[in-house]
Design a protein around this ligand. Structure first.
Ligand code: SAM
Length: 260
């Protein structure tokens, strides 16, 4: 079933709605959905609306809203990915794959070794990033869109760590604690040294840019309660490190925190 996020106002009230031009083109000219064929419309509330094509022509596409139901619930593990800003293609790859893996917030950060000029990502680039997130969410079956925070310096993100969150900074020079050990300690209830995990489980990950993190940035993060962790003996490219860390968090915590 084709799924599309639309402006929430479009799904308020009326039984028949006319699709916005861009979506109408997609439905009529790209997917060739004809009268009677169904699609799912999403308003980012977590709910889903089943609809069917009622009219389709050069003048536009009209659909009939059939029923509303709850969408697939979001992961009980809230992952905030503070990613050192990378060259666009690599960053866009993280947005797409991170959305599939369940990231709830993408927070691009500027680090000392971030490449110059990345910070002035204009409105067109931000719109493109949001479209990549939206298309990945439509494709992977999410009914809520991950948030995309504004680009900001590492320091600002460190001052914004949610209380009770597990804050981790994968660092290529960390050899004492692995990501698995940090997650196990966090997930094991009753382990006083790890403190009680807040619910929903929130994990905030700080990943360095192409040039890596500087020792003083890691020290600064530690002063904000962030734990350095290793992702293993090999030096991973930034985008690999980001997705490996997110997948590991979901693998280790998502099952644990399912309440049903
Ligand atoms: N120069 C390479 C690049 O162009 O992508 C590597 C950059 S650097 C290593 C990227 C970031 O990935 C690091 O700052 C760190 O956050 C993370 N990272 C990579 N390998 C890691 C490892 N083995 N353990 C922990 N973090 C790692």
């Amino acid at each position: 079933m084709h799924r599309f996020f639309v402006d929430p106002d479009l799904l308020k009230g009326m039984e028949h709605v006319t699709l916005p031009e861009k979506l109408a083109h997609q439905v009529r000219d790209v997917l060739h959905l004809g009268v009677g064929e169904q699609l799912t419309l999403l308003d980012n509330s977590g709910g889903e609306v089943l609809a069917e094509v009622a009219k389709s022509g050069r003048a536009g596409v009209e659909v009939r809203l059939l029923e509303r139901h709850a969408g697939r619930p979001e992961s009980p593990v809230r992952v905030i990915l503070c990613q050192g800003l990378l060259k666009s293609a690599r960053f866009e790859w993280i947005l797409e794959k991170g959305t599939e893996l369940g990231v709830s917030t993408f927070a691009p950060i500027l680090c000392r070794r971030s490449m110059a000029g990345l910070e002035d990502a204009g409105p067109a680039k931000i719109q493109r990033w949001q479209r990549i997130i939206q298309e990945a969410a439509e494709q992977c079956g999410r009914s809520r869109l991950p948030a995309l925070a504004p680009i900001r310096p590492l320091m600002h993100a460190l001052n914004d760590i949610p209380p009770g969150a597990l804050a981790l900074i994968p660092w290529e020079e960390e050899h004492a604690t692995s990501l698995r050990e940090a997650l196990t300690a966090f997930a094991e209830p009753g382990d006083p040294s790890a403190g009680q995990p807040a619910s929903p489980l929130t994990v905030i990950l700080f990943i360095g840019p192409e040039g890596g993190l500087m020792a003083e940035e890691v020290k600064l993060a530690q002063r904000h309660g962030v734990r350095p962790v290793s992702l293993g003996p090999r030096i991973l490219r930034a985008e690999t490190a980001a997705l490996a860390a997110v997948a590991s968090v979901m693998y280790q915590l998502e099952q644990l925190s399912h309440t049903d």
